[in-house]
Design a protein around this ligand. Structure first.
Ligand code: 6PG
Length: 261
């Protein structure tokens, strides 16, 4: 059974893994800015994307000088319930590795204001930001040009954790959630927002994710257990960029394989 549509690219080295992602980011941002005058991206947190962000910012000839920074609106797929200077802040990671190094417009940086003592309020406020920037009418979902995501070894993505109510959310754009393991709160975009994107790229790296990735891509559809299986853009593209350690159990011939859409 193939539970998920999409394309899987397996990168032979760390360099190739990040290069693949950086090339997609560069191409998609240029195309969108040429076409519409702007590009909307939701950045992912965790540790994996830092290598991508650094490559985009630091490699001038291939990436930084070819990206229309002034036309990009940056959003976040999720945030920990901490202030923007906290070491666990996803905004801080993006700021350090990318945003502080490139000519982005301050007014195009839309971070989740997770320093608010009330995480529900932070979620409601971010929902208002999305509604305003995407000019949404009641019931509409934003259509991001690109959503970057990662996957935890337990199959979570953004802050959509196994067996949590947010997995069934259909109306809210943003929700506050509690992480069972640590008891900490997070704020996350919801499944219908991710599924409305024009393109979703999921970056998966590391040996410890191999078993879960096998279940997610080649096992049954069990989204309560593996929430990342919910990410199925309804009218968009889904691309998995996976390193060879994470891909080691997949039943795929060759370095790259397109999956039936
Ligand atoms: C976060 C993320 C989260 C992350 C995965 C993978 O805020 O932590 O949005 O969903 O993408 O946990 O994290 P790593 O890249 O650190 O393995």
């Amino acid at each position: 059974m193939i539970p998920q549509k999409g394309e899987i690219r397996i990168a032979a080295s760390t360099g190739e893994f990040y290069r693949e992602a950086a090339e997609e980011f560069t191409r998609l941002s240029r195309e969108a800015v040429d076409r519409e005058g702007h590009f909307t991206v939701a950045l992912s947190g965790g540790t994996t994307p830092a290598g991508l962000y650094e490559l985009l910012a630091d490699q001038a000839d291939t990436f930084r000088n070819n990206i229309p920074w002034g036309g990009i609106h940056f959003f976040f797929g999720d945030e920990r319930h901490v202030g923007p200077d906290h070491p666990a802040s996803n905004y801080r990671m993006a700021q350090t590795s990318l945003l502080s190094k490139v000519p982005v417009l301050e007014s195009n940086l839309h971070r989740i204001e997770a320093e608010s003592p009330d995480p529900d309020r932070a979620a409601r406020n971010y929902e208002e930001v999305l509604k305003k920037i995407f000019q949404l009418k009641s019931g509409e979902m934003p259509r991001f040009d690109l959503v970057l995501l990662g996957m935890g070894a337990d199959g979570h993505t953004a802050s959509l954790f196994p067996n949590t109510n947010v997995l069934r959310e259909r109306e809210r754009l943003v929700a506050a959630v509690r992480v069972a393991k640590s008891g900490a709160c997070r704020i996350t975009l919801t499944p219908p927002v991710f599924c409305s994107a024009a393109c979703v790229i999921i970056l998966v790296s590391g040996e410890e994710k191999a078993e879960t990735l096998l279940s997610v891509l080649q096992g049954d559809f069990l989204p309560d257990r593996f929430p990342v299986q919910l990410i199925r853009p309804t009218e968009g593209r889904l691309l998995w960029i996976v390193d060879s350690q994470a891909a080691r159990l997949l039943n795929i011939e060759g370095e790259e394989k397109k999956r039936g859409n």
